[in-house]
Design a protein around this ligand. Structure first.
Ligand SMILES: Nc1ncnc2c1ncn2[C@@H]1O[C@H](COP(=O)(O)OP(=O)(O)OP(=O)(O)O)[C@@H](O)[C@H]1O
Ligand SMILES: [Mg+2]
Length: 290
């Protein structure tokens, strides 16, 4: 596994984590992972494998039903979540921006957890955050002229740049990116992931990034974790994600689609089959998929 040599402290620790929804769905089963600070950890797996649940349980959008999570050494509880949440940010597939508002307002809203409700309501952010918003917009490649534009007038790629700028406003310890490039074309997907990786490296932010594109996972992941039916089916460096591992993780149908992805080469942006995978026990760990 490749970790950033400047820090090996654990940012996120999942210990025997399970999530069972009220209807009885086992979304996560005894997940054990230790994610070091600064790591870009890609989460793969077929539809319904539990990728979004794994990300959402970290920032409390989904509650765990077994095991525990630690963020920066602090156990995640209802009480600790209040202090930990401002240290976490999320990037979404559909960008989740206020499209009628300006680019500036959207980016500034990333600082909302750190300022008073009154200031947020009045859109009256301290200068340090206004300066930071301008810096971030430049970092993500948007022009000063974009600041006052309505988000709805931007392209999808530009909107995701706004989403990334917003997410880095408070220099988060943890970035949760749930299929951040699923709505973008292949070229823009690659640019967006490059940006996300660069900005997180600069800040030693730990990234959990779910993807459906195997090629992009191999290219950008320091580490790849694959889920299958809620359990960790593979955990290792990109080089260990062999075709046979992919076959095991996605099942026969999706493995065939996975080959299609690789056959697309540069244009790879085809999600693996979204049918539920069947077969493997999902118990294989540490790149040793039998
Ligand atoms: N609120 C919920 N209530 C009940 N079941 C849920 C809920 N949210 C997710 N699930 C179920 O939990 C399982 C894991 O869902 P999750 O969204 O984490 O999968 P995923 O790997 O992100 O899939 P996709 O690739 O389609 O986004 C699925 O069976 C899903 O139907
Ligand atoms: Mg999902």
């Amino acid at each position: 596994m490749t970790t950033n040599p400047t820090s090996t402290a654990t940012a996120i620790e999942f210990r025997d984590l399970s999530v069972v929804f009220a209807d009885g769905t086992h979304a996560l089963r005894d997940v054990c992972l230790s994610v070091p600070r600064g790591q870009f950890c890609v989460v793969l797996g077929p539809s319904g494998a539990g990728k979004s649940t794994l990300l959402r349980v970290v920032n409390g959008l989904v509650g765990s039903t077994g095991g525990r999570i630690e963020i920066g050494g602090t156990e995640l509880t209802a009480r600790s979540l209040r202090t930990l949440r401002p240290r976490m940010a999320m990037i979404h597939q559909q960008f989740n921006l206020v499209t009628r508002a300006s680019v500036a307002a959207n980016v500034l809203s990333g600082a909302a957890p750190a300022v008073s409700t009154l200031r947020v309501l009045l859109q009256w952010y301290p200068k340090q955050y206004r300066d930071k918003a301008c810096e971030l917009l430049a970092d993500v490649g948007l022009e000063p002229s974009h600041l006052r534009r309505r988000v709805s007038t931007l392209s999808g790629g530009q909107q995701q740049r706004v989403g990334i700028a917003r997410a880095f406003m408070l220099d988060p310890l943890v970035m949760l990116a749930d299929e951040p490039v699923a709505s973008l074309d292949p070229r823009i997907s690659r640019e967006t992931l490059e940006l996300l990786k660069r900005e997180s490296r600069l800040r030693q932010t730990t990234v959990l990034c779910s993807l459906h594109q195997i090629d992009l996972a191999r290219e950008f992941g320091d580490r790849i974790v694959a889920l299958r039916q809620g359990a960790v089916a593979f955990d290792g460096p990109p080089g260990a994600l062999t075709d046979s591992v992919i076959d095991r993780v996605y099942g026969t149908d999706a493995a065939r689609t996975g080959r299609l992805i690789r056959a697309h080469g540069e244009g790879a942006n085809v999600a693996p089959a979204r049918s539920a995978a069947t077969g493997s026990t999902g118990a294989e760990r540490k790149g040793a998929v039998a």
